[in-house]
Design a protein around this ligand. Structure first.
Ligand SMILES: Cc1ncc(COP(=O)(O)O)c(C=O)c1O
Length: 398
């Protein structure tokens, strides 16, 4: 028997991954992925940027760089983050290999095996896997339409024996729940966490993809609120606003946390891809980030609204969902106790895939939800696929 480390023995191929392997038909309609549509990438701009590089810049792009990131990108990215109201100068910024690496590094910095941490339920699967790999004990706080259920958070904090090492949450266009945290919930989180010595990991990769400008004030980040006596570790990414293939994210964290994080990153990959950093830097400096984000925002809004309309038309009345106001996802509630894996199996037979609820449950149990994404399918495909998915639901739930 191969003797794997204890920390990875809990990592197994999930049932969902096995089910997904059935979804091989070439014309299958996928509402499963959380990635931008291939057809939306700014290929011409990236070509233009690369072709305009001098030989010296190309050499930098091919070389190792500083662990924290290339100085020019750190500067241009700081400008972008400052526009979001983030206190860049009071903190330290580090480029990471996707924001998932930022989450991993922070998890490594804080978690000893068996430590308690606070997470939302449902939660982003990538973060859950990172926390599992460090053998965290996840204490869950349920979400409602406004964010974390504050009374539950309060209760957890009052009753937990060993103080949680941190709280992880995603404020805007939540993956998978699709919600935006209200300002009121964020203020109450601050009240509860002040002076508790429980850092917050704030994961924000979707906030530029809003459908309605009126939501911008409400999407203010905890990091931007700059609460006293709470260490907020902010993580973000180019994945949804340029391309996940660059594998480029970042963390903005207090100095003392940065010092550890930099050492950890050094031991993992020394630095994030320089070639990606050179392109991202020119993308920001050329003013393309704003124009490109505005373009994709419109397209995702079209898709999101088409998804809402199709779901309202075709879903059975016993299901419900919060209408997304941005991001990539809708989160559909099925009748209590439904096993969405059974629906997925039927849907795959009919040519449609989505992701089952329990994938996002930190305890890996609750399965009466499904995540249906609208980011990677055009309006026509949404209109074709949703009636099929609704039929699969009816065949299972009646
Ligand atoms: C909530 C959330 N955080 C972080 C990530 C990780 O993104 P990346 O590692 O590509 O930056 C994702 C990707 O889907 C996500 O949905």
């Amino acid at each position: 028997m191969t003797r794997f480390a204890h920390s990875v023995s809990a990592l197994r191929s999930s049932e969902i991954r096995d089910l997904m392997s059935l979804a091989t038909a070439p014309d299958i309609i996928s509402f499963a992925g959380g990635m931008p549509g291939n057809e939306l990438f700014p290929l011409e701009t990236v070509d233009k940027i690369y072709n305009s590089l001098t030989d010296k810049e190309k050499q930098v792009a091919m070389q190792y760089g500083p662990t924290s990131g290339l100085p020019s990108l750190l500067e241009s990215l700081s400008g972008y983050l400052e526009k979001k109201g983030l206190p860049v100068k009071k903190n330290r910024l580090m480029l990471t290999t996707g924001s998932l690496q930022a989450i991993h590094i922070l998890a490594k910095a804080f978690i000893d095996a068996g430590d308690n941490i606070l997470v939302e339920t449902p939660s982003f699967i990538g973060a859950l896997s990172a926390f599992r790999s460090y053998e965290a004990n996840m204490i869950t706080v349920p979400l409602n339409g406004d964010g974390m259920d504050i009374s539950q958070l309060k209760m957890r904090l009052e009753t937990v024996q060993q103080k949680p090492k941190f709280l992880y949450y995603a404020p805007n266009f939540h993956n998978p729940a699709g919600i935006i945290y209200s300002m009121d919930v964020k203020r109450q989180m601050i009240e509860l966490l002040r002076n508790q010595d429980i850092p917050v990991i704030e994961d924000d990769v979707y906030s530029d993809l809003y459908f309605y400008e009126e939501d911008i004030p409400k999407m203010q980040l905890l990091k931007a609120m700059d609460p006293e006596r709470i260490d907020v570790c902010f993580t973000g990414s180019f994945s949804k606003i340029l391309g996940p293939g660059l594998r480029l994210g970042w963390m903005l964290v207090p100095e003392h946390i940065y010092m550890k994080a930099e050492l950890i990153k050094q031991s993992i990959d020394a630095c994030s891809p320089s070639i990606s950093q050179v392109i991202a830097d020119k993308f920001i400096r050329g003013g393309y980030l704003e124009t490109y984000t505005a373009d994709v925002r419109e397209e995702y809004k079209k898709r999101g609204l088409a998804m809402i309309e199709a779901l309202e038309k075709h879903l059975p009345a016993y299901t419900s969902f919060e209408k997304p106001r941005g991001g990539f996802y809708t989160w559909i509630k099925l009748p209590e106790g439904t096993d969405s894996a059974v629906i997925l199996r039927k849907a795959i037979e009919k040519g449609v895939v989505f992701v089952t609820g329990k994938t996002f449950d930190p305890d890996g149990v609750k399965n009466d939800y499904m995540r249906v994404s609208f980011c990677n399918t055009d309006v026509e495909t949404i209109n074709k696929g949703i009636p099929i998915m609704a039929e699969a639901i009816r065949e299972v739930c009646g």
